[in-house]
Design a protein around this ligand. Structure first.
Ligand code: GDD
Ligand code: MG
Length: 688
């Protein structure tokens, strides 16, 4: 494929919307003799690059009572390496024919496909049981609508381990156009830089029979929807924009990382709502819903196809009632839409007699992000359904999502320190570890945090990363187990909100009291003996939020959470070595333990990470049988953690050195903090 060199893009915070790319050549050759084929002002994407993406892509075909001959010809246009997923809402007799057609096609072409009926009651149950009831109607079945079909397609693509999902309508009369759309999708994904990306097709011509065939450029609905999305965008900056030319692009594709995070409008509001959802969630205009998408940004590529788009015409009523009103409604009801655009939308609908004077713009039912589904549970529920939706019959298939039901031999658990290990020691970012975290989550391997951080600090990271496993707070002060996490009962000390808490530490107030007595005793000795020099000790409990923020480099919000301690105190100690020894001696005499965590000292009532890790591993073993445990740390206070696990790994400190830890079988992983963590995870995945 060869495009005219990609032109300017509009940036709305981290969302980048490219202006439409024109295609110059549908096939621009292979990688062989590569350089000779490049030319200035164009961007060439080789067959190999396109083929690479096609293998990772599922193409979802929504179908509702379409002409079977047309449906069959659409199949023939889908590139061989893409997985075909047919989501049908046709009458049962037509569905039977659709399934026959796909089976025959797959048998002779040696391909595999999934053919699902939207009203399959078992499918509805699988969605309900796995925490995604959004698409279920009052009758307990999945609701009608193309977008409901698309969501099924997105989740099945994920289940099958695909990275991209594309959509193609099945009423398309031109199989060459279908092939071209998928080539654009693959080309687009090989060009963009962000893992959160979308490719939307603009048809160059949509021919109509007006006397003779007339190559019309804009559909009526698209023209109006584009205008209002652009109007909304224009109010967000100082420059008017016309960048959106694909507000209703039925033919579009997304990386699954993006598709799983968007909110969908039911029925035909879907494509416009995708854009609105990206702007609402990731542009930074409203509060971000996700911390790591803005980090890499979202990219929207619009490309213009060459084949004319010819599809079944479904009448004016369908266009206005089912497409235009929902499409404008999602713009109108978005919190991003200000008064001026709202009034203009209302006027447009009144002028077109889609709305009567005094009538409200109808609200559209929104479907929450597919990532809300519990995939392992969904995978379990699909197990019995899969054999009847995979064609050809009896073909072997592989579900890529790790199941909820664990087998006994290969259960892995990762127990990890946070600061300086999973999080960068300076800026507390996990971005370098993100891909590895996602890998573990995809495989269903639990990540257990074990850190000096408080429950409140850890909750922020758990929420951002979608982690719901047990965790160890304040250097082993307590183990927090989410209710219902383990099937079998166990003993715990108290229940706090949604957690069962097993305590090891002494309560913070008592700890502070004992610590102040110990420090008092130390100060007396130091004052009485001038040769010991001076000492300066400060604790999080005595510092203001601002002081903690300054000392740690944390933001104010996180600093406040770091101060909400339950079982330990963090102290800074500055002074001459002899005086420091006196302090540590007194702390020890008071029955307290003081460990160094890399930057600060952690004072506890004798607890360390080891006992807490031991308990957590026992709970895993009790529930899942044999467990293979992996520990990752960076510092001396991780020694007790590492001593409890089967595989112990140490990442490098900021100075690129490993802490000297006296423990056998320690694997020193190359890489500072989160970078080393990612390497450690490669070993976790490879092990066994
Ligand atoms: N699974 C499923 N369930 N598929 C459906 C349903 C449903 O309830 N309703 C329609 N479909 C299928 C149709 O069979 C067709 O393949 C595709 O979804 C699009 O439906 P059409 O009825 O053909 O829509 P359209 O041609 O008016 O609109 C198309 O282009 C618009 C842009 O111009 C759609 O792709 C729109 O979503 C798009 O906005
Ligand atoms: Mg159509």
């Amino acid at each position: 494929m060869r495009y005219e060199f990609i032109r300017q893009a509009d940036h709305i915070g981290p969302v980048k919307i490219h202006d439409v790319c024109r295609c110059l050549e549908l096939d621009s050759g292979s990688d062989m003799g590569n350089l000779a084929k490049d030319s200035a002002g164009t961007r060439r994407i080789s067959r190999e690059a396109i083929a690479d993406i096609e293998q990772k892509m599922a193409i979802v075909l929504p179908v509702r009572n379409e002409d079977l001959k047309v449906f069959e010809s659409v199949l023939s246009g889908i590139p061989h390496d893409c997985l075909i997923i047919v989501i049908s809402n046709s009458s049962m007799d037509i569905f039977k024919n659709e399934k026959d057609i796909v089976s025959r096609f797959c048998n002779v072409t040696k391909r595999q496909a999934m053919v699902v009926h939207q009203k399959d009651p078992d499918l509805a149950n699988a969605f309900s049981f796995s925490g995604y009831p959004d698409i279920i109607g009052d009758d307990g079945l999945i609701s009608n609508g193309k977008s409901e079909g698309m969501i099924i397609g997105i989740i099945l693509s994920r289940l099958m381990g695909k990275e991209y999902v594309g959509f193609i309508d099945t009423d398309n009369y031109i199989p060459g156009a279908v092939l071209e759309y998928v080539k654009h999708y693959a080309t687009g994904f090989s060009i963009v830089n962000s893992p959160y990306s979308m490719v939307r097709i603009l048809w160059r011509y949509k021919p109509k029979l007006i006397g003779e065939l007339y190559f019309k450029k804009w559909g009526r609905v698209s023209e109006i929807s584009n205008r209002f999305v652009n109007a909304l965008l224009s109010t967000k900056g100082r420059f008017e924009t016309e960048v959106i030319k694909t507000a209703n692009a039925g033919e579009h594709a997304m990386s699954l990382e993006l598709a799983m995070r968007l909110t969908y409008g039911s029925g035909y509001a879907v494509e416009t709502q995708e854009l609105i959802s990206i702007l609402e969630n990731f542009s930074g205009i409203l509060e971000a819903t996700d911390d790591f998408v803005p980090e890499k940004g979202v990219e929207i590529l619009q490309t213009e196809s060459i084949n004319p788009h010819l599809h079944a015409e479904k009448g004016d009523d369908h266009l206005l009632q089912e497409m235009l009103i929902p499409s404008l409604s999602v713009i109108y009801h978005s919190p991003l839409c200000e008064e001026q655009t709202r009034n203009a939308i209302k006027k447009q609908l009144l002028d077109m007699e889609c709305l009567k004077e005094g009538e409200m713009v109808p609200d559209i039912h929104l479907l929450s992000p597919p990532q809300n589904i519990n995939l392992p549970v969904f995978a379990d529920n699909m197990e019995s359904i899969m054999p009847r939706i995979i064609v050809p019959d009896n073909s072997i298939f592989r579900i890529a999502v790790a199941r909820n039901k664990k087998t006994d031999a290969n259960n892995k658990v990762v127990i990890t320190d946070l600061d300086g290990t999973l999080l960068d020691s300076q800026n507390y970012s996990y971005s370098l570890a993100l891909d590895a975290i996602r890998k573990l989550q995809g495989l269903g391997i639990p990540i257990v945090f074990c850190s000096s951080k408080t429950r409140f600090e850890q909750e922020v990271y758990r929420e951002e990363l979608g982690i719901n496993t047990p965790f160890i707070v304040e250097n082993g002060g307590a183990v927090y187990v989410p209710k219902d996490y383990f099937r079998l009962p166990f003993s715990y000390d108290k229940i706090i909100s949604d957690y069962m808490v097993i305590e090891f530490g002494i309560a913070y107030q008592e700890l502070r009291h004992r610590l102040s007595m110990a420090l008092e005793a130390a100060y007396c000795q130091i004052e009485a003996n001038a040769s010991l020099g001076g000492i300066l000790i400060n604790s999080f409990g005595d510092m203001t939020i601002e002081e903690v923020a300054k000392e740690t480099g944390l933001g104010l919000k996180m600093a406040a959470l770091a101060k909400q301690r339950e079982y330990s105190e963090t102290i800074t100690v500055k002074g001459n070595k002899k005086a420091v020894d006196v302090v540590f001696d007194e702390i020890k005499k008071a029955g307290l333990l003081c460990t160094f965590g890399g930057r600060f000292y952690e004072v506890t009532g004798g607890n360390d990470k080891g006992k807490a890790v031991k308990i957590i591993l026992e709970l895993y073993k009790m529930n899942y049988g044999n467990v293979m445990s992996f520990g990752i740390g960076n510092n001396i206070n991780d020694l007790p953690l590492l001593s409890q696990v089967n595989y112990r790994m140490l990442v490098q400190g900021a100075d690129k050195r490993w802490q000297k830890l006296n423990i056998s079988g320690l694997c020193r992983v190359k890489g500072v903090g989160p970078e080393g963590w990612s390497k450690a995870i490669e070993m976790v995945v490879a092990q066994g």
